[in-house]
Design a protein around this ligand. Structure first.
Ligand SMILES: CC(C)(COP(=O)(O)OP(=O)(O)OC[C@H]1O[C@@H](n2cnc3c(N)ncnc32)[C@H](O)[C@@H]1OP(=O)(O)O)[C@@H](O)C(=O)NCCC(=O)NCCS
Length: 193
């Protein structure tokens, strides 16, 4: 099926800037995804080769060209630092559904940044893509990620038993869903902001 390109947006929140991933992000992406601590509940092992960062960047570009999603780098406005990324993938225009994912460096955790970034991306997606449903999955041990999803209004819909096996470690996942009619737009955003 031929699909239209979907230009990745640049979005501004009170404390963050969300913008397309570029080749200049490779070192920061590699540092982020090679951390065993950051990736401890991820559905794949940490990266051990820098080439993985290049592949990630290529995949971001491909998502935009093929119109399957939008992955944005997240910069902190106060110092311009790259703190991680947030993305919508698996956009299905027939089902009007997509999947949400995010990964921030541990020095940025605990300040509400993941929720702030995901909220802005979701608002853009609901405005632009005519979505009805967004799905997210998280390791059942990943309390922080489950909390982010709940703050965004996602409902826990079920458990995927023994969903992932990463380096021999078997884990269950929770499935979360957010329906358009349950979405509460962030305050201070709307047409023109
Ligand atoms: C999950 C992640 C995105 C959270 O980012 P963050 O910026 O710290 O998230 P926020 O600050 O917006 O919200 C985190 C919430 O979890 C809570 N939390 C964090 N750790 C917790 C813990 N161990 N137990 C209970 N609550 C916890 C925080 O208190 C906060 O909730 P609150 O606002 O009600 O206080 C970040 O830890 C991350 O990127 N981890 C690595 C990648 C990852 O696991 N991604 C998700 C894959 S599904």
């Amino acid at each position: 099926m031929a699909r239209m390109p979907l230009p990745t947006p640049t979005l501004h929140t009170a404390r963050l800037r969300l913008r397309p991933v570029t080749g200049a992000d490779a070192d920061a992406l590699f540092a982020l995804h090679s951390s065993a601590y950051v990736l401890r509940y991820w559905d794949a092992p940490p990266w051990s080769e820098r080439a993985r960062a290049e592949r990630f960047i290529t995949a971001c570009r491909q998502m935009a060209e093929e119109g399957t999603g939008a992955r944005v780098a997240v910069d902190r406005v106060s110092d311009g630092a790259f703190i991680g990324w947030c993305g919508l993938s698996r956009w299905n225009p027939d089902y009007r559904s997509a999947s949400l994912g995010y990964c921030l460096g541990d020095e940025a955790w605990g300040r509400g940044y993941a929720t702030e970034a995901a909220r802005a991306l979701l608002q853009w997606a609901f405005d632009t893509l005519d979505l009805n449903r967004v799905q997210a999955e998280t390791d059942t041990r990943n309390v922080a990620s489950a909390r982010v999803l709940e703050k965004l209004g996602f409902q826990r819909e079920g458990t995927l038993r023994e969903d992932c096996i990463v380096n021999g470690d078997v884990s269950d996942s929770w499935v979360y869903g957010l329906l358009r009619r349950q979405w509460r737009p962030p305050s201070g955003t709307g047409p023109g902001s």
